[in-house]
Design a protein around this ligand. Structure first.
Ligand SMILES: [Zn+2]
Length: 196
């Protein structure tokens, strides 16, 4: 699966990623952001700080211009990406079932935010490199969530990162499309500027 190169190189995306990574690195809590498409335009939400093991993308925390907020509530805006960082350096990046469920439209009464085109689970390594595991729905369905849950139940909390291929294989077998992206540690040190 090839990510749209342009999208992840968009300075607005990189800036959102930098802020979320920094927030998690400093606070030890999950942090993330959403990207929406509305009337053929992309909107990059502000980074939101969550709890230690949970982040909610409720309407009150998604921080978009009000017309986009309303469009999202009426499902006129499309969720393109939901990105959040898991605290704790190193180890396998494994989306939780709740994370993966974000790829499926929520049953009514829906909380806006379901049915994302892609989710990104971030992690910051000890050396400060930023990793993002991008997961798309592929051919997976809701049953695939249980499948992943069953297969990863035995995983200890911090499985060394050399097991990432194994984790990715479990996700792929369940039908998801997976890609691991990375940025060097300097991402968190400087403000991204145009064209960098
Ligand atoms: Zn998560």
């Amino acid at each position: 699966m090839k990510m749209k190169k342009k999208f992840i190189e968009d300075p607005r995306f990189v800036e959102c990623l930098r802020r979320a990574a920094l927030t998690t690195a400093i606070s030890g809590r999950e942090a993330g952001f959403m990207v929406l498409e509305f009337q053929n335009q992309l909107y990059f939400g502000k980074s939101v700080k969550g709890e230690c093991t949970h982040i909610g993308f409720e309407p009150s925390t998604t921080v978009f211009p009000s017309q986009v907020q309303i469009a999202l509530a009426y499902e006129e805006a499309r969720v393109v990406w939901e990105v959040h960082f898991h605290p704790g350096a190193d180890g396998v990046i494994l989306p939780s079932c709740g994370d993966l469920a974000g790829l499926f439209p929520a049953p009514p009464p829906a909380i806006p935010g379901g049915g994302a085109e892609a989710i990104g689970i971030g992690q910051i390594s000890r050396s400060g490199d930023v990793y993002l595991l991008v997961v798309k729905r592929g051919t997976a369905d809701r049953l695939s969530l249980q499948e992943v849950d069953e297969e990863t139940k035995g995983f200890p909390d911090s499985l060394p990162s050399n097991y990432q291929d194994e984790a990715n294989a479990i996700l792929t077998r369940a039908g998801f499309e997976v890609e691991l992206l990375s940025w060097p540690a300097r991402l968190m040190r400087k403000k991204s500027s145009k064209g960098r």
